[in-house]
Design a protein around this ligand. Structure first.
Ligand SMILES: Cc1ncc(COP(=O)(O)O)c(C=O)c1O
Length: 377
């Protein structure tokens, strides 16, 4: 057993991040307070520019949350009430809720059980005359097969919105979220690979007209103060959050690299296990490992392993215990148990193990040893 076995191992470590960045975060906050520019302004503009450049996108539009990024992204792509938008049943509920917020209909297609990502072949089967958009989710920090989705969308004349809330800095075949889709959305919620001290979101796009629409939609459709060209909302990224994110962005790649190194250690520990089975990696994927996820297939259930780990001060998590289509709020969409067997099996079996840039190799060893032992009991 590794050293210091009673130290809690948690999904994120805000204190360690703060210690690493030293006074830079405080300086950024004080500078922004002194500037008096609290909503949009230079800090937000700098983040929009740098975050877009980091991902190889032409435009970045800062908004209030990752949910708003999806909702406004769909509106900017022209999705209307009554349209069908195809997405995954195995995601955070916001991916589907954003579609329903517009009065469009979330149409679900099952995931690839190996990766837990939306499967282009299964999506194609769900397309109909009312479909206007496909919404792939880059779950856990691994990008979906965007080349296949781009080909499909072009063939059928559909829009493509990528949900990259968990995929900051991730790539597939060298391309990042928001560059193959018509737009890509991000969340800066506290726990994300690039997290604010609160809420925040961003949409990336290569298209000038989509960027223009988003800038208006986030600010009550207003190109100039008190001129309103379309119905929008108030969803403007706050300068204090952008100031913190500007300090953190230069560290994102190094932090993601560290996550990948820790993931490789978990992989080595679980190699050959029939009871603790990591999700598969797609070829050409540069995974951001927002989560390191295994399936528990041993004598003990996932929930039993989760509880026993917590008793040993190891705090894993389950993203997500109930698939979208079995949520009460999804009842109007007409789905039921058994409709998406891969998503339902994943919801029963997945366990997300602690993975953040401030974990040590021996922390990972301790988690892996305990998961293997508990799953086999
Ligand atoms: C896949 C996915 N989509 C959308 C969101 C929504 O982002 P936010 O919480 O910033 O609204 C999240 C947040 O957890 C997410 O994980």
């Amino acid at each position: 057993m590794s050293a210091n076995p009673t130290k809690p191992i948690t999904p994120i470590d805000v204190a360690a991040e703060r210690a690493e960045l030293g006074p830079a975060l405080e300086d950024a906050l004080l500078r922004t307070l002194a500037s008096g520019k609290f909503v949009l302004g230079p800090e937000v503009e700098a983040l929009e520019k740098d975050f877009a450049a980091h991902h190889g996108a032409k435009h970045g539009i800062g908004v209030g949350t990752g949910t708003d990024a999806l909702w406004l992204g769909l509106l900017a792509l022209g999705v209307e009430p009554g349209d069908h938008v195809v997405t995954t049943p195995f995601t955070f509920f916001a991916s589907a809720a954003a579609i329903a917020l517009i009065g469009a209909r979330p149409v679900l297609a099952d995931v690839d059980p190996a990766t837990a990502l939306l499967d282009p072949a299964l999506v194609e089967r769900e397309l109909d005359a009312q479909t206007t958009c496909i919404l792939p989710v880059h779950l856990y920090g691994q990008l979906c097969d965007m080349r296949a989705f781009r080909t499909l969308a072009d063939k059928r004349g559909l829009k493509l919105l990528e949900d990259g809330a968990q995929a900051h800095g991730a790539r597939r075949d060298g391309q990042a979220c928001g560059t193959l889709g018509d737009a890509g959305t991000f969340s800066f919620y506290v726990t994300k690979n690039l997290g604010a001290a609160g809420e925040g979101g961003m949409v990336l796009t290569q298209h000038d007209e989509v960027a223009l629409a988003l800038r208006q939609l986030r600010d009550h459709g207003s190109p100039v103060k008190y001129v309103h060209q379309r119905i929008g909302t108030n969803s403007r990224l706050q300068a204090l959050q952008a100031a913190l994110l500007n300090v953190k962005l230069p560290h994102l790649e190094r932090w993601n690299e560290r996550r990948r190194a820790l993931a490789a250690r978990y992989d080595a520990a679980f190699a050959g296990s029939q009871t603790v089975v990591p999700l598969a990696r797609a070829s050409g994927a540069t995974h951001a490992f927002h989560q390191y996820t295994v399936r528990i297939r041993g004598g003990r259930t996932r929930d039993e392993v989760l509880k026993a780990l917590a008793e040993r001060q190891i705090f894993a998590a389950v993203h997500y215990p109930t698939p979208v289509h079995l949520q009460e709020a999804a009842k109007p969409w007409g789905y039921g148990p058994g409709d998406f067997p891969h998503a339902e099996a994943l919801a029963r079996e997945v366990l997300c193990l602690p993975i953040h840039p401030f974990l040590s190799a021996s922390d990972v060893e301790r988690v892996a040893e305990n998961v293997l032992a508990l799953a086999q009991e």
